[in-house]
Ligand binder design. Structure first.
Ligand code: AGP
Length: 607
């Protein structure tokens, strides 16, 4: 995934235009880059692993001939970051070139069929199947356009694709399903891209291609059709007058807010992970004699939540450990019988890798969950899963956290099934609820954002915050606190609320804001008592409640609502969203930039 771009110029060479366009996507993070042009019936390709500047210095990305070109920057999802896996990908005959942003979920099945027909694959990517599928249709005598049309209904997943072909060398064909794709109409060129900023300096007139639609681009014209019935779609161009900085954030004022809003989409991708990866990891979890969940920061909070999921769903007890404490805390007992599940969105956090290295040296089995294929964690893990959340720019982890939670929830569910802990009916019900989680998060953001904004306005000058939960929500209280600490530099503390009796009660001052996460799970009755007690101390109660929870609403000074009926193991995914928004709007109210908190970097790779 990450970004695709295509252009047809009236005159001149496309390659330097593609190169410049890709540079405008650099801010997003990527591991490889590639370009293809078409000239006198031949494809010209340059691609490699590395940053655009490095690849350009090696190969000169500007000297490919031809007026038509495609480009891609890649964030590996299938296949390690290597030259062979960089886009564009071609068919066996070098006549079709394809770039893709997204995930083609059923590529393994298609690849198998095509290999049986004699197709030779060079890469480990999902994208390459598109070039070979088109080739197969061309062999049967179909035109390029017809071939593209016929293969689109075979592709499952969410993606935006652009392709060119030497047999119809004055066109770019592009299509999208649940992904972004826009046409740009310039004076001297037509463009298509997954990211408007790529062509913004050259074209302000844009036409969106919606999910399930194809764009047929030629020098002077464009046509949009539906891939279901090939009917034509008439859509007027719109003028986009974003300045480049706003365009990068797709109109949001900060990346953090953009990434909070992106969560329904990343969750959609994450809950469609390939079964084989989940099954393999589940087998290792099932066999683990002793399982430690190891990470730092937000990833540690995901471990904590996972310990409740694994125990409650699959009757597997686990030990969450801060990576930085692993050697001191359990070092002497690490041996061949220990399994470590290490979580790191970057896959490069020094403390996490040090813990993993230590455990490997002591013969433990290492499992990894990360957002970056090709990261050190993927290289040192016996088995790893990539959570497929795409690059995250904001330093405060948001979409990578909910992606971690959703992978862990899927593992808990699989493990419960494997261990026979759920009935068929329960299993079906939970699978259905899992499928609905992206829409649940979408609704929470849509309906609660303005309320959270008001709450941030009301409390923004408070000097100290408390976050409380019980059960699995304790992990969310901790994550809520971390978001506020990171982006607002405000002291705050989080506890499983029963702990207050053991000391914290002494520092609750009248008017102190206490944020309670209180879904209607087994802890609900007790948390009502906790809220009453805290109110008696004079705290101002801000509650995250399920809709319709009148009892807590009546007790709270302020509340935000999440959806009812979400099972306990999925509830953290929706409950963290208001707290992410709270940290974001608090920072905005307090005049801070939530995207670049002081003293913090995206990955802590130094001691
Ligand atoms: C989260 O918002 C922070 N940026 C930080 O706590 C982070 O989660 C931690 O450094 C671990 O990072 P990792 O997941 O890349 O290992």
């Amino acid at each position: 995934m990450v970004g695709i771009f295509g252009c047809i110029l009236k005159e001149g060479n496309a390659a330097p235009v593609v190169h410049e366009a890709l540079k405008r996507l650099e801010y997003r993070g990527y591991d490889s880059v590639g370009e293809v042009t078409i000239h006198k019936g031949k494809l010209y390709i340059k691609k490699d692993y590395g940053k655009i500047g490095e690849v350009h210095a090696l190969y000169n990305l500007d000297d490919l001939p031809g007026r038509i070109g495609l480009g891609h920057i890649r964030w590996a999802t299938h296949g390690a970051p290597m030259q062979v896996n960089a886009h564009p990908h071609v068919d066996c005959e070098n006549q079709v070139a394809v770039v893709q942003n997204g995930i083609i979920e059923n590529y393994a099945e298609i690849k198998g069929e095509l290999e049986n027909l004699g197709h030779l694959f060079k890469s480990k990517t999902d994208t390459e199947v598109v070039a070979h599928l088109i080739e197969e249709k061309l062999k049967k005598g179909l035109s390029f356009v017809k071939a593209f049309h016929e293969i689109l209904n075979r592709l499952e997943g969410s993606f935006s694709i652009a392709t060119i072909c030497v047999k119809d060398s004055d066109k770019i064909l592009c299509a999208q399903k649940e992904s972004l794709l826009t046409i740009g109409l310039g004076e001297n060129a037509v463009y298509c891209s997954s990211d408007i900023p790529t062509f913004l300096p050259m074209a302000k007139n844009t036409v969106m291609i919606e999910s399930g639609e194809v764009g047929i681009l030629s020098e002077r014209d464009y046509e949009i059709r539906k891939f279901s019935d090939w009917s034509q779609v008439l859509r007027e161009p719109k003028i986009i007058d974003w300045v480049p900085e706003v365009a990068e954030k797709e109109g949001y004022p900060h990346f953090m807010l953009k990434e909070i809003h992106a969560q329904p989409s990343t969750l959609r991708t994450t809950i469609r992970l390939q079964e084989e990866y989940l099954d393999l990891m589940t087998t290792f979890l099932d066999r683990a004699k002793e399982l430690f969940l190891v990470a730092c920061g937000t990833s540690y909070h995901a471990c904590l939540a996972a310990s409740y999921m694994f125990s409650k769903m699959a009757f597997l007890s686990t030990h969450p450990v801060f990576a930085s404490e692993l050697i001191e805390q359990i070092g002497k007992s690490v041996n061949i019988d220990i399994t470590i599940l290490a979580l790191s969105q970057s896959g490069e956090t020094t403390d996490t890798l040090a813990a993993v290295d230590y455990a490997r040296l002591h013969a433990a089995t290492i499992l990894g969950l990360t957002n970056v294929i090709g990261s050190t964690l993927t290289r040192v893990s016996r088995v790893y899963i990539c959570q497929q959340a795409g690059p995250e720019i904001g330093v405060a982890a948001t979409k990578t956290f909910t992606a971690q939670l959703s992978v862990l929830a899927q593992l808990a569910l699989k493990l419960a099934e494997k261990r026979g802990k759920l009935s068929h009916v329960e299993m079906k019900n939970y699978e259905e609820k899992l499928k609905q989680i992206p829409e649940v998060v979408e609704r929470v953001v849509r309906t609660q954002e303005s309320k959270v904004k008001q709450i941030a306005k009301k409390y923004h000058d408070k000097p100290f915050f408390f976050f409380f939960g019980r059960g699995i929500s304790s992990a969310i209280a901790l994550e809520g606190t971390l978001k506020l600490l990171e982006t607002n530099y405000l002291p705050s503390m989080a506890y499983p609320v029963a702990e207050i009796e053991h000391g914290v009660i002494n520092v609750i001052q009248p008017g102190a804001p206490a944020i309670f996460i209180c879904p209607k799970d087994d802890t609900h009755k007790k948390i009502i008592e906790d809220i009453r007690e805290m109110k008696a101390q004079g705290a101002s109660i801000i509650a995250v409640v399920e809709e319709g929870d009148e009892e807590i609403k009546a007790l709270a000074n302020d509340y935000v609502e999440v959806e009812k009926g979400v099972p306990e193991f999925l509830c953290p995914i929706q409950c963290i969203v208001p707290l992410q928004l709270f940290a974001y709007y608090m920072a905005v109210e307090r005049g801070l930039n939530p995207d670049s908190p002081r003293h913090l970097t995206k990955a802590v790779t130094v001691k």
